[in-house]
Write a protein that binds this ligand. Structure first.
Ligand SMILES: [Zn+2]
Length: 243
């Protein structure tokens, strides 16, 4: 079934409300996207775990705990087709309305990025910006969402460097996503939202950092890292920074 920008397939009985939500998330991303984007989004909403595993090829018996995953056929030239967001019906059912909107907006950012070919970006930047846009109008506070990370920072201090790509698949990936999210908040504060979004969607040639490495942003890795570590420290509970 279709609703505005969204198309939903699969046998979920909630297809209509999922389509309405996905349409709204696509509009939200479209509004801030610094270049025209169609906003077209395809959601696969299975009704059962069996249907979900058939769509994703996930092995039975173990649950990732991930409510939504963006999949695509990526071609050798970097183009992607058959871009779709697959919902895990069991995890999805446990989310609040607010949680569903955050997750679907995050995946919408992946869809928009996949619809335009681009060179490789560091994972912290892609996931951090997906989180940034997902939480932008959510009304949720960073201290609340990132509480486990901030408690760790209060205990052990901030990490020395921005998360590596490999950290995003580790056991403490929720904290790593929060690290990336806060790094992108800081980048937006320093460079402006539009400039940061342009770095995210621009062609690889425009994203060469000052030293020609993987730093895609219009500010140096060192400046961003220092500001990010200071922000983590400021946000950490009992840091003496006051309420
Ligand atoms: Zn993501």
């Amino acid at each position: 079934m279709s609703y505005g920008l969204a198309r939903v397939s699969g046998s979920s009985p909630q297809a209509r409300e999922i389509a309405a939500l996905a349409h709204s998330c696509a509009q939200q991303v479209q509004q801030v996207w610094p270049e025209p984007w169609s906003g077209n989004i395809h959601i696969e909403a299975p009704a059962t775990d069996t249907e979900y595993r058939r769509l994703t090829g996930a092995p039975p018996g173990q649950h990732s705990g991930i409510a939504a995953t963006t999949l695509a056929d990526v071609h050798p030239d970097g183009r992607a087709s058959n871009i779709r967001v697959v919902l895990d019906p069991e995890v999805w059912a446990e989310l609040t309305a607010q949680g569903r909107r955050v997750i679907l907006t995050h995946e919408t950012v992946h869809v928009a990025l996949l619809q335009h070919p681009r060179g490789p970006l560091p994972t912290w930047f892609v996931e951090g910006m997906a989180e940034y846009l997902a939480y932008l109008d959510s009304g949720l506070e960073v201290a609340e969402v990132a509480a486990p990370l901030l408690q760790r920072v209060a205990r052990d201090g901030p990490p020395d460097r921005l998360p590596t790509d490999a950290q995003f698949t580790g056991d403490d990936r929720a904290e790593v996503y929060a690290q990336a999210w806060i790094a992108c908040q800081v980048a937006v504060r320093l460079a402006g939202q539009e400039a940061v979004l342009r770095s995210l969607i621009g062609p690889a040639a425009q994203r060469q950092g000052q030293n020609g490495t993987s730093q895609p942003l219009p500010l140096s890795t060192r400046r961003l890292t220092n500001a990010w570590r200071a922000e983590l420290q400021r946000l950490a509970p009992d840091s003496g920074a006051g309420a």
